[in-house]
Write a protein that binds this ligand. Sequence first.
Ligand SMILES: Nc1ncnc2c1ncn2[C@@H]1O[C@H](COP(=O)(O)OP(=O)(O)OP(=O)(O)O)[C@@H](O)[C@H]1O
Ligand SMILES: [Mg+2]
Length: 427
Amino acid sequence: MHEFDSIIGYDAIKQELMQISDALKNADAYTQLGVQPPRGLMLYGEPGVGKSMMAAALIEAGGRKAFTCRKDKPDGEFVGQITATFEAAKAAAPSIVFLDDMDKFANGDKKHPDAEEYVTVQSCIDGCKGADVFVLATVNNIDNLPDSLCRAGRFDRIIEVRNPSGEDAEKIIAHYIAGKKFVGDIDARTVARLMDGHSCAELETLINEAGLYAGYERSPEITMDHFMKAILHTVFDVPNEEITAFGRGGNERQDFVQVAYHEAGHAVVSEVLEPGSVTMVSAFAQDGENRGFTRCWTDNRVRAMDRMEHRIIRALGGAAASEQVFGCFDPGCARDLDQAFNVVWRLVTDNCTCGFHLHNNGRDSEDLRARQEQAAAAEVERYYRKAKEILTQNRDLLEGIAQGLMRKGILTAEDIAAIRKDCGKAA
Ligand SMILES: Nc1ncnc2c1ncn2[C@@H]1O[C@H](COP(=O)(O)OP(=O)(O)OP(=O)(O)O)[C@@H](O)[C@H]1O
Ligand SMILES: [Mg+2]
């Protein structure tokens, strides 16, 4: 097995790590060419994206003795620990100094350009010039570090590690699912889309959580239902008592019915504008509020301008459905309206979709502001009419999704696809 095999996805980063490990192992091949092998690498990004794991793989592949420094001592003592680590590494060269979570070396979460810890790291790195010591660091928040520390010559390579998305997320989920013994009808792509924007560690935890739900129910295997429960609880903060009602259905309370039609409105608009885009619709409350939620996935191939318009119409779909079905305005749509107005505002003032005369262009007058607001309100009205038109033309889909929500409380992409098929509107 290759040292980098445990890192799933992230092919471009793995490629870079392999190059660096080659330079660490075969430094002579580079120096013969008169080339200076890289002296340092910084991996930065959100927690749980695999930075420490990548660093560990590089250390293993580089085949050098590594000296790790992680803050686990009070401030005064820690500075001494940094110096001691570099000294030991220098004495054992060729070697690696691994500074894990380097942005935690100085206290607080603000920028500390003059913190003693960073000044010490910097002077230790400079003190290793001429010795074959490679410095490897992981960092959450690169903005908290002094600029001088990040410059080339100290850290020649700086790589951002992002949360996995698309194929990478799918591969990581498939990998962790494969590690479980009994797995039913789980579609890695659906889970990946639902978990878009979450870290590798969160994906791993989610899969285990799904297994815990399965175990608690004494189910012989982990199914998509268990995943949905885990996602509802860990990602959307839906209370456990609501989750245990999952799948039982039959909730006829008027507020639940209203929420079901509201969410179905968002979902229908989204599916009509971008078929196959809805990943999850829930009539269960999120964050303890009396409203559901609809999660959508946007294909990058959709044009940016279309995407923005779709966001607006989709946001207005909930209010439009309530008006059509119950004949009244929806008190639960304040946030949707905020979202629609925000996007419209950007289109009107930045992108000049209603004419150049409304562009901000550094001007700031009451008159301009009033005209922009008028144009934005008219645009929101226009998009609202579009949302209603879509719902009128797809009333059967609206009914299908709303009924499905009342029955199950939550619908996945597969459920929506089945409802579309029933309505003769397969994506
Ligand atoms: N690419 C990946 N493939 C498979 N598992 C991964 C991957 N990235 C992370 N993981 C899993 O997530 C866990 C957490 O990763 P790691 O500790 O490396 O994150 P980190 O970015 O260093 O986080 P922090 O900033 O909190 O230190 C790993 O132990 C591993 O189980
Ligand atoms: Mg880490």
